[in-house]
Design a protein around this ligand. Structure first.
Ligand SMILES: N[C@@H](CCC(=O)N[C@@H](CS)C(=O)NCC(=O)O)C(=O)O
Length: 316
């Protein structure tokens, strides 16, 4: 049975994210033949049509992979399975599919793929996960690496004109920027929301808004994207938190110094991204809100899902 979400993941009132993951990779460097499993370094061969990305529309970490897959034109090369935004005590379920089973993998619960990979697995069953359709095994749930590998290992299958999301000359700066965005923003909202002491909450809140102010200052020179004129992985990573912010984090996670709609530079930037193919068209506010407000009982015991905010502001 999967571990309940976020139990026992704290230290001194501070929320600590799990680190155990499946960390194999799909790589151009794999020495395995087509149809083969991982090589001695855990590298699976790049093969269009073979792998299936499993996501929840609610999950910001999984959402990044879906945006990157769309931006790079990999929708035909890598399949997509969608779990129900509401986990029950068995974890993520394919209840949105006919007969409650993923039509390609034939499983009803994502945990089946995890246990097929490692029958002794006791970590969290998380999305995103990339599953091998030939064996039903989880290749990776290592979400930071998944998107970087889509950008760098799948280049032979990118659409013509696809953006270079992780450009070599900018990697040092990008890595530093993405580390800050992760610590203070992507994970920062969770650190505020799941803090169980006032001090831990305050620290996360302060760091979150200091970082958002710094990001707004960075964008205030008129650049369209964080790294300048070109869209990169950093924009994808920031977007998935910004798009959930007013609907969930501001209220549910008490990140309420202000809404994103009240930060003019960030709001304009977020809406610019929202309008790009792959971004707004992969956002589902209903599933996002139902996931957070219905499954974090400790934070929202009534299970009431707020009616607002009006999502049409994103397209105004
Ligand atoms: N927890 C993952 C990141 C992805 C993640 O947290 N996904 C969430 C959904 S947003 C999940 O699947 N949670 C299920 C659980 O923690 O049991 C990790 O740190 O490796």
């Amino acid at each position: 049975m999967p571990t309940p979400q976020f139990v026992a993941e704290e230290r001194d009132g501070r929320f600590v994210r799990q680190s155990n993951r499946f960390t194999d990779r799909i790589s151009r460097d794999s020495s395995s033949p087509a149809g083969g499993g991982p090589d001695e370094r855990g590298r699976w061969p790049v093969e269009p049509g073979r792998y299936r990305l499993i996501w929840s529309r609610a999950c910001p970490w999984a959402h990044r992979a879906v945006i990157v897959r769309a931006l790079l034109g990999l929708t035909g090369a890598i399949g997509l399975g969608t779990v129900d935004p509401i986990r029950d005590e068995r974890g993520w379920r394919f209840t949105l599919d006919p007969d409650g089973r993923d039509p390609v993998l034939g499983i009803g619960l994502l945990s089946e793929a995890y246990l097929a990979t490692d029958p002794t697995y006791e970590g969290r069953v998380t999305v995103p996960a990339i599953v091998d359709t030939l064996t039903g095994r989880v290749v990776t749930n290592d979400y930071p690496q998944i998107t970087l590998d889509l950008a760098t290992e799948w280049v032979d299958f990118h659409a013509a004109g696809a953006p270079e999301l992780y450009p070599e000359p900018q990697r040092a700066e990008l890595d530093e920027l993405m580390a800050d965005v992760y610590a203070d923003v992507n994970n920062g909202v969770y650190r505020a929301g799941f803090a169980s002491s006032q001090d831990a909450y305050q620290e996360a809140y302060d760091r979150l808004f200091a970082r958002l102010d710094a990001l707004a200052a960075r964008l205030s020179d008129g650049r369209p994207y964080l790294m300048g004129d070109r869209l990169t992985e950093a924009d994808v990573r920031l977007f998935t938190t910004l798009v959930r912010f007013d609907a969930v984090y501001h209220n549910h996670f008490r990140c309420n110094r202000n809404k994103i709609t009240e930060m003019p530079v960030l709001w304009e930037y977020a809406r610019r991204l929202y309008r790009l193919p792959g971004f707004g068209d992969t956002v589902d506010f209903d599933q996002i809100k139902r996931h957070y407000y219905l499954t974090h009982e400790a934070i929202n015991p009534s299970g009431i899902v707020p009616a607002g905010p009006d999502p049409s502001v994103w397209l105004a």
